[in-house]
Design a protein around this ligand. Structure first.
Ligand SMILES: Cc1cc2nc3c(=O)[nH]c(=O)nc-3n(C[C@H](O)[C@H](O)[C@H](O)COP(=O)(O)O)c2cc1C
Length: 494
């Protein structure tokens, strides 16, 4: 019988759930998950910062296509790191047909993150992607599979076609993925395509087919995923609207409370009994980061829980130490405030924002930032009048967005999550005049509970402290840790 982890450390982009955090959690027999979002960009910035500790280099040395690894190292590594106050190098933005360099960066960076998370133990590691960020999907998934990723988890959209991609790559076939293009004409070609054979530098390595977990927020979506997906869905993560990161919008017409946050009602409740009847393992997420909630989830028939916020503040996470510290100080006195912002994210989904001075949660910081769109992960592909595909982001400079046919009302309150999330993990872009991109921290509604993981006299806690605490009311869980699942993809040649 397959044993599943009781705790999934949720994917937290960009780089909050990095390889260190995922490795720490997986070593403990639970599921550590790296974020796959914008890893290409993050990888370039780590190399530009001089690859302190040599971890990226170690990962590159293990990459099965050495010429590709060498090209990337030679282009982006800066010995000793770039001088402070100078910008990170530009990386091309994603499109339906990415330039080869970008495909290679995605493959390599996803490989390295998973490779590092798998070092030193034999337990599975997962990778998390957002369905909304479609353009890097194929190359990212392939890179993660080359490193033997055990689970792919995906939400923020309906990832119906990912299971088929996993099957294709595991069988050494090319994979296709239909890009959602606003206003595309019937029959317009919007497929993305990746044939691993075009990139391999020898026989293709053996690849296991990772398990696929869809992150959904309703019974309807859960059923849709299981009925209509292009291949096997191995389980579901059910995320409620208290979870950190993006939230599903409320069902029906959007209503806001007095503070301006979306109001969730009865229709947004998930029926656990119906979920159980679907017959696949499921994990509950959103405010489940304590021992009592894990016990409750198990009693309801869940395989376990997915937890984000508690792990985001552990020592191993990639969040900037000063941000962790300031939010921890708020949490200790119960003063942490989280706003579910219906406008901030260019995805259009509500996005949870910790209220913290000096970050874009503050109106003055948001207003002072000059709109720039140079990372482009959240750009929305749209059909142009001449039958091509254009790309626009509602947080880009307003005039540019309007010139691309975007609507003015869609630009209001939009924040550049791409640049902010890079700033959250210590890789802020530097603009003219030594101006650094401001941070914007996302956390769950349960922010104030993070202080409960601190041992007396301690100012910080580790991922192991979180795992131990979560399991404290589910003692038998220790016996059901997933047995070592050996996947050595790079060694065996198909
Ligand atoms: C900092 C942070 C970033 C997150 N980023 C993502 C993400 O990139 N993809 C995703 O599927 N979920 C993301 N989430 C949601 C988590 O994976 C998880 O489901 C959620 O945090 C669980 O609720 P909790 O925060 O109450 O523990 C994020 C959560 C946090 C706190």
């Amino acid at each position: 019988m397959i044993q599943f982890p009781k705790i999934i450390q949720g994917g937290m982009g960009v780089g909050v759930s990095n390889w260190r955090l995922a490795q720490a959690v997986s070593k403990l027999g639970q599921l550590g998950v790296v974020s796959g979002t914008a890893l290409d960009q993050l990888f370039v910035r780590r190399l530009a910062d001089g690859d302190k500790g040599g971890n990226m280099r170690r990962g590159l040395d293990a990459f099965p296509f050495p010429d590709m690894a060498k090209r990337i190292w030679q282009e982006y590594f800066v010995p000793g790191g770039k001088p402070s106050g100078t910008p990170y190098p530009p990386v091309p933005m994603h499109q339906r047909r990415d330039v080869r360099k970008l495909v290679e960066l995605c493959m390599v960076s996803n490989f390295v993150e998973v490779f590092l998370a798998r070092e030193g133990h034999k337990n599975p590691v997962g990778i998390n992607f957002l369905e909304k960020v479609q353009m890097p999907h194929l190359s990212s998934i392939y890179g993660a599979m080359l490193a033997g990723v055990g689970y792919v988890l995906m939400g923020a959209g309906i990832p119906l076609h990912i299971p088929g991609v996993l099957d294709a790559f595991a069988a050494h076939h090319a994979a296709e993925y239909k890009l959602s293009v606003t206003g595309a004409a019937v029959g317009q070609d919007t497929q993305m395509h990746l044939d691993p054979a075009d990139y391999a530098e020898g026989p293709l390595p053996f690849l296991g087919r990772p398990r696929f977990l869809a992150i959904v927020s309703s019974n309807t979506l859960a059923t849709t995923m299981l009925r209509r997906a292009s291949g096997r869905v191995d389980g579901l993560v059910i995320e409620t609207p208290t979870a950190g990161g993006h939230n599903a919008p409320p069902r029906g017409k959007l209503q806001l409370n007095a503070a301006g946050e979306p109001v969730y009602g009865e229709r947004d409740q998930v029926n656990i009994q119906e979920l159980r009847a679907l017959g696949v393992p499921f994990w509950l997420a959103g405010g489940y980061g304590n021992a009592r909630k894990l016990r409750e989830a198990l009693d309801q028939g869940a395989a376990g829980i997915q937890v984000g916020t508690a792990f985001a503040f552990s020592e191993e996470s990639g969040m900037r130490p000063d941000l962790k510290k300031r939010l921890m100080a708020q949490a200790k006195v119960g003063a942490g405030e989280v706003f579910t912002d219906p406008l901030a994210s260019p995805t259009g989904f509500p996005f949870k924002v910790a209220q913290l001075e000096g970050t874009s949660s503050a109106f003055n910081i948001y207003q002072e930032r000059k709109r720039v769109c140079d990372l482009g992960y959240l750009r929305d592909p749209y059909a142009t009048a001449d039958g091509n595909i254009g790309y626009r982001c509602s947080a880009e400079p307003v005039a540019n967005y309007l010139a691309k046919g975007g609507k003015i009302e869609d630009t209001v309150g939009r924040k550049c999550l791409c640049n902010a999330l890079m700033a959250n993990i210590g890789h802020a872009q530097v603009r003219k005049g030594d101006v650094e991109e401001p941070a914007l921290v996302t956390v769950g509604d349960d922010l104030n509970t993070i202080a409960t993981f601190l041992a007396p006299g301690r100012q910080s806690y580790t991922a192991a402290d979180v795992v131990r605490s979560l399991l404290s009311l589910s003692a038998e869980v220790e016996e059901t840790e997933e047995p070592a699942r050996v996947m050595e993809p790079v060694l065996a040649i198909a």
